[in-house]
Write a protein that binds this ligand. Structure first.
Ligand SMILES: [Ca+2]
Length: 467
């Protein structure tokens, strides 16, 4: 297997995207002859999100919901209505959350400049923060191997089905659903953790805010939340199907991330929320909407294998509101090989329920692509991690995107048991239980204290947190 250079993301993706997205026509009807549409069979009972386009219960491949160049964030005051806020701002209300406030989508001025925060502040009668919105976030991973052909097809079966758990999944020390991952799972003591947490995450919902999932993949049978809790914020419909061409951009990224979580916590349920397009990038407003949605629809853990070079206040506010409702978030450190993490990971000390995850190889050495820094909570082995790929296939990816869902799955394992610590102590416990022996390797000395407390140790995490 060849490892492609992990050049990445935010800057290059943003640049290419700004160009390519100009040609994407917003809100167009699905192309005739496209893939047969996936229909939601249990229509959502809740009111639809503001970005719902006509006929939202059927998937519309290629459709892109309207995208705004900027967002204006503000507190909600008594007497405000969506209509009054839109009239005063001239924009479109994208999110409306009592805790984290309102986010309004705005286009650039005719001369291309950003809308004026002071003018908006004057017309709305409160403080307003204006931020760039479009393509501000990117997925943090690169596909490294696609298994194709008859022997490459997915052979692991339905991941939620080995409910008998570790006895079926592990045979003679081998991880039988995907033997290629045996060393990776041994590095974080997964087999022992699953023995200590025999409910395997049952009853815990993990929201995967990403490129969507291949919803029809056999690995995800019985492993997803009810369809009424799904949403595609990028496409403006209720079907968060992963879209694109395998091996290109972000296609398959969310499918891989969800598949990693289910290998760790196979009885947890994944809530698929799509915010990134086929190229792997997406807008601030979609991510804020998805975080609010995940909290409102019962997620206990949110996985954000994405990040931005910019510190985005609306995302921080949404994560603070999630923490206030005891929802934990795991996010990737980014793949720029730099000593600063992408946001929101870089804000770990400001966001109490956030775990930021960097990547190491199977020897515990920092992955060449991984960011590092004092805001890192923990590292996990994010290189060549195999998981389902669209089309009932399997593929490996490398990135901090692959390290983060190992922590999200670990939190789901713990939350599936009776805890012996307060729930909000779990993010700290991920660090306290980490194995700091990575720092005994001289190759890591240059990163002293910048790879977090050490490498994720799921067995130690379970023994410290569950009864
Ligand atoms: Ca869709």
């Amino acid at each position: 297997m060849t490892r492609t250079p992990v050049a990445l993301l935010l800057l290059s993706i943003t640049a290419t995207l700004l160009a390519s997205c100009n040609s994407a026509s917003p809100a167009t009807a699905p192309a005739p002859g496209a893939v047969p549409p996936i229909t939601v069979t249990n229509p959502p009972v809740q009111s639809l999100p503001p970005n719902a386009l006509p006929d939202p219960l059927v998937d519309h491949p290629g459709q892109v919901a309207p995208r705004f160049g900027f967002t204006a964030a503000m507190a909600i005051q008594s007497g405000d209505t969506v209509a009054s806020m839109q009239a005063a701002s001239g924009g479109t209300v994208l999110t409306w959350d009592d805790a984290s406030g309102a986010l309004i989508g705005l286009n650039a001025n005719k001369d291309g400049t950003a809308p004026s925060a002071s003018s908006l502040s004057a017309s709305l009668g409160r403080a307003v923060a204006v931020d760039a919105n479009r393509d501000q976030l990117g997925a943090g991973g690169t596909i490294t191997a696609v298994m194709s052909g008859s022997k490459i097809a997915w052979a692991g079966g339905n991941l939620s089905a080995w409910s008998a758990g570790s006895k079926i999944a592990w045979a003679g020390g081998e991880y039988t659903p995907i033997p290629q991952n045996t060393q990776t799972w041994n590095a974080i003591h997964l087999q022992q953790a699953q023995t200590l947490a025999p409910n395997l995450g049952a009853g815990v919902v993990v929201a995967v805010i990403d490129t969507g999932l291949d919803l029809d993949h056999v690995a995800f049978k019985d492993a997803l939340t009810d369809q009424s809790t799904w949403w595609d914020f990028y496409g403006g419909d209720a079907v968060p199907q992963d879209e694109g061409t395998l091996g290109t951009g972000g296609y398959g990224h969310g499918t891989n991330v969800a598949g990693i979580i289910l290998q760790i916590a196979p009885k947890s349920k994944i809530m698929p929320l799509r915010v990134l397009g086929p190229d792997g990038s997406g807008d601030v407003s979609g991510i804020v909407s998805a975080i609010n949605w995940a909290v409102a629809h019962g997620a206990k853990v949110i996985n954000l294998s994405l990040g931005s070079a910019t510190n985005v206040k609306p995302i921080n506010d949404a994560l603070l509101a999630a923490a206030a409702k005891k929802v934990l978030t795991v996010t990737s450190a980014g793949n720029n090989s730099r000593g600063t993490l992408t946001y929101p990971a870089q804000n770990r000390y400001q966001l109490p329920s956030l775990v930021s995850v960097a990547s190491v190889d199977l020897m515990g050495l920092k992955s060449s692509f991984s960011n590092y820094g004092l805001a890192t909570a923990v590292v996990a082995p994010g290189e060549n991690v195999f998981a389902p790929a669209p089309g009932n296939m399997m593929a490996s990816w490398s990135g901090t995107s692959q390290a983060a869902p190992m922590v999200a799955g670990g939190l789901a394992l713990a939350l599936g048991q009776t805890l012996k610590v307060p729930m909000m102590a779990l993010p700290g416990a991920v660090s306290f239980s980490a194995a700091n022996k990575i720092y005994t390797n001289s190759a890591n000395w240059v990163y002293a204290a910048q790879l977090g407390s050490g490498e994720l140790d799921l067995a130690a995490l379970m023994s410290q947190t569950v009864k």
